[in-house]
Design a protein around this ligand. Structure first.
Ligand code: CMP
Length: 141
């Protein structure tokens, strides 16, 4: 049995625009990921740039920031056994062309950029990313 973990998830503007929040949340809940915090935000350019700071030297950085501020996002904390890895499995590969059948990105992503969801890639980053958006009192497990 794996350890109980929390991970940060973002439902991206391509998905909120198509009203896919409920369908994506159903995928998380069906997989055993509990949504223990959730809020809908319109990120500022500064927030999006800071959140994706690790990618700032990558060629896709500016486009990524522009995309992430192009509409509302839903930021959420998912909790469950091995939540970081489990969420990555439910999301599927970053590029939807490589995503397994049944995953969120295979079913809903439009492109490698407009790929419907973000999920933390490690427990360390999950802690930092959760703290970026939520205070402890906003997370109710
Ligand atoms: P995400 O998991 O949020 O992390 C970084 C994001 O950059 C990624 O999902 C994609 O939305 C976006 N992106 C755009 N182009 C690329 C690329 N070539 N490789 C990886 N990520 C990309």
């Amino acid at each position: 049995m794996g350890a109980k973990e929390r991970t940060l998830s973002i439902i991206k503007p391509d998905a909120t625009r198509r009203d896919l929040t409920g369908k994506i949340n159903a995928k998380f809940e069906d997989a055993g990921l509990h949504i223990v915090a959730q809020k809908r935000l319109h990120l500022t350019e500064e927030q999006a740039g800071k959140f994706y700071e690790v990618h700032k030297e990558r060629p896709f950085f500016k486009d990524l920031v522009d995309f992430m501020i192009s509409g509302p996002v839903v930021v959420q904390v998912l909790e469950g056994e091995d939540a970081v890895a489990l969420n990555r499995k439910v999301m599927g590969a970053t590029n939807p062309a490589n995503a397994d059948p049944g995953t969120i990105r295979k079913e809903y992503a439009e492109s490698i950029e407009a790929n419907s969801v973000h999920g933390s890639d490690s427990l360390d980053n999950a802690k930092k990313e959760i703290a970026f958006f939520f205070s402890e009192t906003e997370i109710v497990g």
